[in-house]
Design a protein around this ligand. Structure first.
Ligand code: BG6
Length: 489
């Protein structure tokens, strides 16, 4: 299908996200012929750059992401730059003039995407100006793409939402959660709903627990100013982790339209049990990394990172036990954990099935392993099914076997980047893999109850060493229920 003609106006064009993800993704779309020739991009930011400087910057970013880039000069000729002050109407009037000119020049039919890839405190202001200064007044479509964080808690998220809804309708707002652009996150639904052997078992009769791990080796890097006020709960759980939980827990949608899928996810999030007050201690564990070793290199503790308060109470690790109060999931824990400076960079989902009613093959040296379905989100992409089979030889002994599908070895290593997919979807007006306001609100509501308790009570930090899988309490969380974290390394 042909991609609609469009002008993309990028706020925060000199920033890190644009450089690392957005330009290379746009280039990939261009290279694959998935961007119409009728496209133009206006980058804006405070810096006083010329079109040429900006184009060189874009070229640099693409060439950093990949060694060679055919047609790169043609590609960057579509890029324009306008220095911009986000609070000044005069700036928007100039932007509008450039947008109108490019609209003519590239015959863009008035289609406009406004992409906010910058400090969240300006999201509301920009959105107001886009309307008040006439940029949204166009004959084609208008869409707002908005990066995280969408608010800091439910209250601020509501205020932000109210403000942007003055200029854009819900269906014109594309709230990015880049996990929803990952190939294997998108695959969760397909694995569940396209396979007769999973969906009938996908409930509390056959599944004993589900574990979702998203571990990182990086520390806080240069983002302490943001992260200090965020922490892992807001940074990862409110969005990425709960989105994966919702996709695993939702009921089958009646079809694959955006509305049906989103409304099933919303329903799942509505049945998530609130964890509050005394229960927060029982169901959630927080951690902060101390000094340690990452792949043989010494790293400092969180409190010694640049721009971090030496007494900081910010969590860099969260583990939690989530329960759904609905027929499908009653009694089945969903364990999540995520953190920085852990032993490995890995995102995996382990679905542990219940034991069979009795073990005919009991052997003191070899217990039967439970069946596991492992969904590898990253860095590898694939699925592994853990089964038991007969050991070679005379005796009726069992041995664990694994059936694996690695999507990289099938489709070539070039699975598109999350951002590439999401930009493509937005150009096509498909909001399925973006978060609806109701999902955002329910997630904040869940997370706020936990952070309220945590803010009241300081922790003895640090409580895990950099380069490990987190605090001991996270292991105990599962041990109490008779489970353990399946290794993800
Ligand atoms: C971002 C968080 O949303 O996700 C970062 O703000 C985190 O702190 C990142 O590092 C992880 O994304 P990925 O794709 O590397 O797992």
């Amino acid at each position: 299908i042909e991609t609609p003609k469009s002008l993309i106006m990028l706020f925060g064009a000199t920033g890190d996200l644009a450089k690392r993800k957005l330009f290379p993704s746009l280039y990939n779309l261009y290279r694959k012929g998935k961007l119409s020739e009728n496209f133009a991009i206006i980058g804006t930011a405070r810096r006083d750059w010329s079109h040429e400087v900006f184009r060189d910057h874009v070229k640099d970013s693409v060439l950093t992401a990949r060694k060679t880039a055919e047609k790169i000069d043609e590609f960057i000729s579509h890029f324009y730059y306008q220095a911009h002050d986000v609070t000044d109407s005069e700036s928007y009037i100039q932007l509008k003039k450039l947008a109108d000119d490019l609209d003519q020049q590239y015959q863009l039919e008035g289609n406009r995407i406004f992409y906010l890839a910058m400090a969240p405190e300006y999201f509301g202001t920009i959105s107001d100006h886009l309307k008040d200064d006439g940029l949204t007044n166009t004959n084609g479509f208008k869409r707002l793409v908005i990066e995280k964080p969408f608010g800091h808690d439910l209250e601020s998220a509501k205020a932000l939402n109210k403000q942007i809804r003055k200029s854009f309708s819900e269906s014109e707002i594309y709230r990015i959660d880049h996990y929803l652009g990952k190939a294997m996150v998108q695959n969760i639904e397909v694995i569940r709903f396209a396979n007769a052997i999973f969906e009938p078992l996908w409930n509390n009769r056959y599944i004993s627990n589900i574990q979702i791990t998203s571990s990182e080796m990086l520390g806080v890097e240069e983002r302490a100013r943001y992260y200090e006020n965020s922490g892992a709960l807001r940074d990862m759980v409110q969005n990425h982790m709960l989105q994966m939980v919702a996709l695993l827990a939702m009921e089958p949608p009646i079809n694959l339209t955006t509305n049906e899928i989103r409304s099933e996810k919303v329903r799942a999030l509505r049945s998530l049990r609130a964890i509050e007050g005394e229960d927060v201690q029982k169901y959630f564990v927080r951690g902060q990394y101390g000094a340690g070793n990452i792949q043989g290199e010494k790293v400092v503790g969180y409190r010694d990172e640049v721009n971090v308060d030496p007494q900081s109470n910010t969590e860099t690790y969260v583990a939690g036990k989530l329960m759904f109060d609905n027929f499908r999931w009653a009694g089945v824990p969903f364990y999540i954990r995520t953190g920085k400076r852990m032993a490995t960079k890995s995102t995996k989902i382990v679905v542990q099935f219940k034991d069979i009613p009795m073990n005919l093959y009991y052997n003191k040296d070899q217990q039967l392993n439970p069946n596991l379905l492992v969904i590898h989100i990253q860095p590898e992409e694939g699925i592994t099914l853990h089964l038991n089979a007969k050991k070679a030889g005379q005796n009726m002994e069992t041995t664990p076997v694994q059936l694996s599908f690695a999507s990289s070895s099938m489709e070539g290593i070039n699975t598109p980047e999350a951002y590439e997919k999401l930009i493509y979807d937005c150009l096509h007006g498909d909001a399925t893999n973006f978060t609806h306001w109701d999902e955002v609100a329910l997630s904040w509501n869940f997370v706020d109850k936990i952070s309220n308790v945590w803010e009241e009570k300081k922790m003895e930090f640090p409580n895990y060493e950099a380069g490990t899988m987190g605090p001991k309490a996270a292991d105990e969380l599962l041990e109490k229920d008779g489970f353990f974290w399946w290794p993800v390394e």
